[in-house]
Design a protein around this ligand. Structure first.
Ligand SMILES: [Zn+2]
Length: 97
C-alpha cells in the first residue's frame, strides 16, 4: 500500500542531510560506530501535546526485529563477492515476500 506524507522540499532536504551526516559517521568508524540511537526523530514545528518545541531531536533505541527484511541481524559481507551474494539474496527475498 502506498502512503503519501505532505512535506516541503526544504524538510526533505533537511532529513536527507541528517541521514548523510549519520551515514558518514558510520563510514568513518566501520565496526565500532555507535551513535547511541537507532532512530532519530526531529520535530520541525511545535505540535500541541506531541512536540513541545520545534527543532528538537528525539533519539530512540529500537531493537532489531528478527523477521524484518530491513533490520534483521545478518553477517556483514566481507568481500565484494560476499556483498554481491547478499544483494542477490536480499532481492530474492523482496521478490518472494
Ligand atoms: Zn526492521
Amino acid at each position: 500500500m502506498e502512503t503519501t506524507i505532505p512535506a516541503s522540499k526544504a524538510s526533505i532536504s533537511a532529513i536527507a542531510s541528517l541521514h548523510a551526516l549519520v551515514t558518514l559517521g558510520l563510514l568513518g568508524n566501520v565496526g565500532s560506530y555507535d551513535p547511541g540511537f537507532t532512530t532519530l526523530l526531529l520535530s520541525f514545528q511545535r505540535v500541541e501535546d506531541i512536540f513541545e518545541e520545534a527543532f528538537r531531536p528525539y533519539r530512540f533505541r529500537v531493537p532489531r526485529a528478527a523477521d524484518c527484511l530491513i533490520c534483521q541481524a545478518r553477517p556483514t559481507p566481507s568481500s565484494v563477492e560476499d556483498l554481491d551474494v547478499a544483494l542477490d539474496q536480499a532481492l530474492a527475498r523482496l521478490g518472494n515476500e
